[in-house]
Design a protein around this ligand. Structure first.
Ligand code: NIG
Ligand code: FE
Length: 418
């Protein structure tokens, strides 16, 4: 017997995304979700006749608001311990990201805190961040390890992600990023040996990661070291992702293109050749405007990637250096600072973001036959997501047809957390 999970009706508009990455807008519309999947999207009247809301587990009156696909956040470092709010102040006084890292701050400081935290604390931290994300409309999130920088802690991080994925409605996509920084007192080459010979085989053995990422950056891992890590990852079945051209131009984008990586991320300093290489090879460019915002840096050239026909994705990059879980704010920055239209930003935050984490089952499109993941806004049109900056435009969230957030707060079996 199929189960009518939910009927969301009375929406001013329901927004879907097609295979070309174009929006489809149904006015005065409804969505029916059966067995976790979208069974019908269309005008409210006919959908309600075919799927009476009274027969559904969740009868959701959108009350004249807009309904959009649940957001997919394809790049975060959401699992960590400790607090770096004082670095925010230091950066406002002129300290640079690299200076903080060289002094043992930045990533290295979070590594110390994460190594010292218990599994319980790490899980609690991640779950509360997932709740904030969910309340802001995110239904799938990629999370990277990389605050362990040793086999034991990297494995612990991936294990905590798997546990969070089990108990929390948000889908967690796990990425191994042992090559996130060079641990204190080590040389990059020697540490890459450890990642390749020890960490990656252990991760593969436990089968708890889907992607392998590397911080290809001046003063961190060069292109050849990055290649070694990603090739060793591929050899054990992990798909490559690259942190490329974030603080300087080093060549990570060409590495990603040459390897057929799933994504190349950041791209603040990408060149015309980089844009062409990404567009020509089907690598997803993942742009992280929150990072430029928090670093006070120049933004990536989103228009160049869009003009080249690349499926531009947008992510939060949520981490202690870029402290925002909100895909709505990322879309505001995408529009105001990177010149994207609200429609381009929404596609970047949904369908294109799903492609950037290799979710090709229609996640992020809200079309018939795709996962019943959606957000009912507290506003008339989808444009309010970027337009209403600094505020959560999301009211209700459904994951696989289950109501998991209400009135802008997470509401699910794990409890209600604002
Ligand atoms: O994507 N670039 C490396 N990783 C993160 C920053 C992590 C941190 O500062 O803790 C990023 O910006
Ligand atoms: Fe990152």
């Amino acid at each position: 017997m199929s189960d009518l999970d939910a009927v969301v009706h009375g929406a001013n508009e329901v927004v879907t995304v097609d295979d070309e990455g174009e929006l489809g807008i149904y006015e005065d519309a409804a969505v029916a979700v059966v067995d976790g999947e979208v069974a019908r999207v269309g005008p409210s009247g006919p959908v309600k006749r075919e799927f009476p809301p009274a027969n559904a587990d969740h009868d959701v009156d959108a009350d004249g608001a807009a309904v959009v696909p649940g957001f997919v956040d394809p790049h975060t470092h959401a699992l960590f311990a400790g607090d770096r709010s004082d670095e925010f102040e230091a950066k406002l006084q002129g300290a640079t990201y690299q200076e903080l890292l060289e002094e043992g701050g930045g990533i290295l400081r979070t590594v110390r805190a994460t190594r010292n935290a218990s599994d319980g604390t790490l899980l609690d931290n991640l779950l509360s961040h997932l709740d904030v994300m969910l309340a802001h409309g995110t239904t799938t999130v990629e999370v990277k390890s990389g605050y362990g920088l040793d086999t034991e802690t990297e494995l612990r991080m991936l294990d905590v992600m798997a546990r969070a994925d089990e108990v929390h409605p948000v889908d967690v996509v796990p990425t191994f990023m042992g090559a996130h920084a060079v641990p204190e007192g080590r040389e990059a080459d020697d540490y890459v040996d450890e990642v390749v010979d020890e960490q990656l085989p252990a991760v593969a053995d436990q089968d708890i990661a889907e992607f392998c990422d590397v911080f290809c950056e001046e003063g961190v891992f060069d292109v050849e070291q990055s290649r070694r890590v990603l090739e060793a990852g591929e050899a054990v079945g992990l798909k490559p992702k690259v942190h490329a051209e974030e603080l300087a131009h080093l060549g990570g984008t060409q590495l990603a293109a040459g390897m057929g990586a799933t994504s190349a991320d950041h791209l603040l300093h990408a060149t015309e050749e980089d844009v062409a290489a990404v567009a020509g090879t089907g690598v997803s460019p993942v742009l992280l405007p929150g990072t430029a915002f928090s670093l006070g840096a120049d933004y990536a050239d989103a228009r160049a990637f869009l003009d080249a026909g690349a499926p531009v994705a947008v992510a939060t990059d949520f981490n202690p250096n870029c402290y925002s879980q909100s895909m709505g704010f990322a879309q505001s920055l995408a529009c105001v600072e990177m010149g994207m239209t609200p429609a381009e930003a929404l596609v970047a935050a949904t369908r294109n973001a799903a492609l950037a984490v290799d979710r090709r089952d229609g996640t992020g499109t809200l079309r018939e036959g795709t996962p019943g993941d959606l957000a009912v806004l507290d506003a008339l049109t989808y444009v309010h997501v970027p337009y209403n900056f600094g505020v959560n435009a999301v009211d209700t969230v459904l994951k696989g047809g289950e109501v998991v957030a209400r009135e802008g707060a997470a509401a699910h079996d794990e409890g209600v957390r604002a």
